[in-house]
Design a protein around this ligand. Structure first.
Ligand code: PMP
Length: 284
């Protein structure tokens, strides 16, 4: 598998970075995962804009222009060759000679890494039964809107549901639904999609945006507003969305069924709209 590292293309298993890299020492970096369908990146500009936003918040200059990123992504995709892929991008503050939390002075070159992998979309079986979730109190920091590689809180929160054999951990803060450990959460009540608003406490999901756009374009009512834990537990449907999970219905939460415990009709409709939209975009 081909990787891009600091301007060079090389086999992934030959790519090497320093143990002094601040990504390794501090989680001091940004990342993105871009889904690729029929060998074409989906919503690439939105992913690159989110990367730009994270880098700006980390006070890191974007090492590549949008055109250069697009070129790197396409070269990795073409080399990988599968129809559907997930391209991973990461930029860290680089390797400094000494371990000090403060930014290196003088600055060191960033470490820029990318590779293409398979896209682990939900199986037909999982879509048919729906996924399962545990809830947990969200103990992450107050900049969950940034896609940084400092993911240890997400790792611990996700492991709670992984250890219980569940698909995702749904995070609650002060009695409100935030998002999943690696996804956004949408709740359906009486035919209306309820969407927790973007804030510093959730990641602005590219898939979340696509789903809300598709709902609006197709006359499905949406409400972007805080969603209470009680609404999650009494919902008609609960979905998690992400570039890899797409629109996945959740049919059990903390061992209680969501409504009748089967994927709901709106999830099926939204999935059909999402798949159609993907196909349309890919044909353009
Ligand atoms: N929230 C978190 C914490 C995530 O890690 C992800 C996955 N990137 C998402 C939401 C969904 O974002 P997207 O739809 O852009 O994949």
């Amino acid at each position: 598998m081909l990787a891009y590292l600091n301007g060079n293309y090389l086999p992934l298993d030959e790519a090497r970075i320093s143990p002094m890299d601040r990504g390794f020492l501090f989680g001091d970096g940004a990342y993105e995962v871009i889904p690729v369908y029929s060998r074409r990146p989906f919503r690439l500009q939105q992913h690159l804009e989110r990367l730009e936003r994270t880098l700006a918040a980390l006070q890191l200059a974007n090492p590549l222009s949008k055109e250069q990123w697009a070129e790197v992504v396409q070269r990795l995709v073409d080399d990988h060759g599968s129809e559907d892929q997930g391209v991973y991008l990461q930029v860290t503050r680089g390797a400094a000679p000494v371990r000090d939390q403060a930014f290196p002075r003088p600055a060191v070159p960033p470490t820029v890494f990318a590779y293409a992998d398979r896209l682990p979309t939900p199986s037909a079986e999982l879509l048919a039964t729906g996924g399962t979730a545990l809830t947990a109190e969200d103990f992450r920091w107050l900049r969950c809107d940034l896609k940084t590689v400092s993911l240890v809180a997400n790792v611990l929160l996700r492991q709670l549901s992984a250890a219980a054999g569940c698909t995702e951990t749904i995070l609650l803060r002060d009695g409100l639904v935030m998002e999943g450990s690696a996804s956004n959460v949408l709740v359906v009540q009486d035919g209306v999609i309820l969407a927790p608003p973007k804030s510093n406490l959730i990641l602005p999901g590219v898939t979340y945006d696509v789903v809300l756009e598709l709902a609006t374009a197709n006359g499905i009512p949406t409400q972007v507003r805080p969603v209470a834990e009680a609404e999650l537990r009494s919902a008609d449907e609960v979905w998690v969305t992400s570039s890899t999970k797409e629109v996945l219905p959740i049919t059990r939460i903390d061992d209680a069924p969501v409504a009748d415990g089967r994927p709901g009709p709106l999830a099926a409709r939204m999935n059909a709209l999402y798949q159609d939209f993907k196909n349309q975009v890919m044909r353009r």
